[in-house]
Design a protein around this ligand. Structure first.
Ligand SMILES: [Zn+2]
Length: 250
């Protein structure tokens, strides 16, 4: 989960339309929020990801679910309140179900910085206070099959990539392979890997955390600095990853 910047309410969602559709929902119970412009605006709010688990919404559930942070069964007046709508995957939406976020608040990532209440340890998200712990539990953020395994797969893939980058960098340092092509492969390979931890990428918080805390990454960075390959873009990427990553739970 990462902090999302709430985009402005879509212009198409006029007060008149909002009132009319809210009334329609109260009478018919129809999913009046399933409108293309609402879905499109929600997708751009989160870069096509679930606001809670960061899965690609299209991949995980075929289609986006319009999530009502304050649930629609109880807070009927808010079913089309823009600030109450979030993009969620089917699993997170279903897991959260009718949890009452007013009586027992959890993190709304469009308002609260998740990192203030969540940390990371061994492919698991850990609440650092009661608010964070309730968030993890209500959203089942450590779902074994769906999320913990996925984080492990991401971690393993990062590890393999970092080992490869360290190997070809060692070859460069030892004079075995010193072509410009090889130099570019080292620099661009490192950049491509780091870009996977940027906020617009799926599972960015996990990816950024794993990269920055991996000993192979620290070693690689030292070598790139030594070779003067560590340029401004790499520095910027590191700063961006630091902003996305969780701190480790200790
Ligand atoms: Zn989700």
């Amino acid at each position: 989960m990462i902090k999302l910047d709430r985009t402005p309410k879509p212009a198409e969602l006029t007060t008149e339309l909002q009132v009319a559709l809210t009334d329609e929902f109260k009478i018919t119970g129809k999913s009046v929020w399933n409108i293309d412009f609402i879905k499109k605006s929600l997708l751009s709010l989160s870069n096509d990801k679930c606001c809670y688990c960061e899965a690609n919404i299209n991949e995980e559930s075929k289609y986006l679910e319009v999530e009502h942070f304050h649930h629609k069964g109880k807070y009927k007046d808010e079913v089309l309140e823009w600030n109450n709508l979030l993009p969620s995957c089917k699993k997170c939406n279903g897991t959260k179900n009718d949890h009452d976020t007013k009586l027992e608040p959890i993190i709304d990532p469009s308002i609260i910085e998740p990192k203030k209440h969540l940390k990371y340890w061994r492919y698991r998200i850990k609440g650092t206070d009661d608010f964070g712990k309730l968030t993890v539990s209500v959203l089942n953020l450590n779902d074994q099959d769906r999320l913990v395994k996925k984080r492990y797969e991401i971690g393993n893939a990062i590890q393999i990539k970092l080992e490869q980058l360290n190997e070809i960098t060692d070859d460069f340092i030892n004079g075995i392979q010193t072509s410009t092509r090889r130099k570019n492969r080292i620099i661009n390979g490192t950049k491509d890997l780091m870009k996977e931890g940027l906020p617009n990428s799926i599972y960015s918080a996990t990816t950024a955390t794993i990269i920055l805390t991996d000993i192979e990454f620290k070693t690689l960075k030292e070598k790139l600095v030594l070779l003067k390959f560590w340029d401004e873009e790499l520095s910027q990427l590191e700063t961006d990853l630091e902003n996305t990553a969780f701190e480790l739970y200790k």
